[in-house]
Design a protein around this ligand. Structure first.
Ligand SMILES: [Zn+2]
Length: 247
């Protein structure tokens, strides 16, 4: 029309509605590529350029590392868009909203992990939020300690005490809605993931996760379906394990 422009965005992959957003601002675009060739595309407010560069410098290395562990990066590009939204970052699919108050590597790695855990495989129910946030939190710890397995064990032990002291102590499998994104969802969720890894062993843990993304990628999966994949990978019944952690 003569009155303006119409922009049309298309996304070539299935996507949960909460993972779509529009950011409007005076952005600078930064293009890069991961060592294995995944295109990286950031949009930033230039006043945060230095902090942003420091925090996101590991994007390519981290996305390739996750691809090795969980299966190929599921989408075409990856990057971050800064937003003046205090305390709110969100794993919006392929272009992650990064709060200008949260520009740091922990947030960067956490949100990248969601491209697999939450985005490529979505939850069947919000009550299963531990599978999004527990995994994203745990993957961030794995990244931090990727050359230091003992450091990971020490951090998990510290988190176990913090979880034990945390109030309210709601069941992971049925968080009250005001605690859907509560401390336990992230940190007890991460401990549960670590204990699952210890229970089935590294080989079954990682081959099970890869099978999970192969089987359910581009769609949703339930806790029961996740459990079944891990049981197939390990040959171990996990009924008792999941009952103890989720109830
Ligand atoms: Zn998260």
């Amino acid at each position: 029309s003569s009155n303006g422009h119409t922009f049309v965005w298309e996304h070539n992959f299935p996507m949960a509605t909460y993972l779509s957003t529009i950011a409007v601002g005076d952005y600078e675009r930064i293009d890069d590529v991961s060592p294995n060739g995944i295109p990286i595309r950031h949009y930033i407010f230039t006043e945060h350029a230095e902090d942003f560069a420091r925090a996101t410098s590991i994007t390519g290395e981290a996305i390739d590392w996750m691809s090795d562990l969980f299966g190929p990066y599921p989408f075409e590009t990856i990057g971050f868009v800064t937003a003046d939204a205090p305390g709110v970052s969100l794993e919006t699919q392929t272009t992650i909203v990064l709060s200008t108050s949260m520009i740091g590597q922990t947030t960067v790695v956490h949100e990248l992990a969601h491209m697999w855990f939450g985005n490529w495989v979505s939850l069947n129910s919000w009550q299963e939020m531990w599978r999004n946030e527990g995994f994203a939190t745990y993957v961030t710890m794995m990244w931090d300690h990727r050359d230091d397995p003992e450091g990971l064990e020490l951090e998990i032990e510290a988190i176990k005490s913090a979880v034990a002291d945390n109030e309210p102590n709601y069941p992971l499998g049925s968080p009250p809605k005001q605690y859907l994104f509560g401390f336990n969802t992230y940190f007890e969720g991460a401990v549960m993931v670590h204990e699952l890894r210890r229970t089935v062993g590294d080989d079954a843990f990682f081959s099970g996760l890869q099978a999970y993304f192969e089987q359910y990628g581009g769609g949703t999966a339930s806790d029961a379906e996740f459990q079944a994949v891990m049981e197939t990978a390990s040959g171990i019944s996990l009924d008792a394990f999941f009952a103890v952690w989720l109830n």
